[in-house]
Design a protein around this ligand. Structure first.
Ligand code: IMP
Ligand code: MG
Length: 202
């Protein structure tokens, strides 16, 4: 098996699971793009305080880097939802597993998410947040897979539009692994391994 890793994952991390990761967006491009997004966000809201809401756990690195690139007053909080489990496809059901620490009423809220896929998660979050009366409610997503969308949700700030591939790294996981990769990469699972995990013979 070939493992093309320019990242900080040891080849063993992938090989142990008969998986391989191919870099799609290298760390330098991520860094540069986040700086642009941060400036764009600050421009849109003048010198007003901004409140970032990160969706755990995938958005932690994106939020950490974005928050530090936005000039002026910035606060942040986290929320957690579950929808994916250990699979590559969403169950379609979104559940709140950790709520925010503080009220968002009257605040300029920017929901920070790792990736917009079907849009189900964001649709659910926006409906909750809207009821809490923020002054403005915006969405920043590092990645966007528009082909997969089944809801009308769109992000106001998008890092990169990507093809319909399963990606890991920079916070994104597969079964909780690969979040620590510095680059975003496409994950491929060996065919034999896929069959084994599904419990099928062929
Ligand atoms: P959605 O509800 O289908 O838009 O899915 C959003 C969530 O699914 C994201 O916050 C991710 O946690 C997860 N997800 C979607 N696509 C990928 C992917 O390609 N790799 C890793 N996680 C993904
Ligand atoms: Mg996520």
């Amino acid at each position: 098996m070939t493992t093309k890793l320019k990242s900080n994952a040891t080849p063993r991390q992938a090989e142990n699971f008969h998986e391989s990761v191919r870099v799609l967006i290298p760390r330098e491009r991520i860094k540069k793009r986040i700086k642009q997004l941060a400036n764009e966000i600050r421009r849109d809201f003048g010198d007003q305080p901004l409140h970032l809401v990160g969706v755990l756990k995938g958005a932690v690195f994106f939020l950490a880097d974005l928050a530090r690139q936005i000039p002026g007053e910035v606060s942040f909080d986290f929320i957690a939802v579950s929808s994916y489990g250990h699979e590559m496809h969403s169950s379609g059901q979104v559940r709140l597993t950790r709520d925010l620490d503080s009220s968002i009423e009257g605040k300029i809220v920017i929901v920070v998410e790792d990736i917009l896929d079907t849009g189900m998660t964001m649709h659910y979050l926006l409906s909750i947040f809207q009821q809490r009366k923020p002054k403005h409610l915006r969405v920043a997503a590092l990645l966007d897979k528009p082909e997969r969308r089944i809801t009308a949700v769109q992000a106001d700030y998008v890092g990169f539009r990507i093809p319909n591939e399963f990606v890991v790294g920079y916070g994104l996981d597969y079964a909780e692994r690969y979040r620590n990769l510095l680059d975003v990469g496409i994950l491929t699972i060996g065919k034999a391994e896929k069959r084994k995990r599904k419990g099928t013979k062929k």
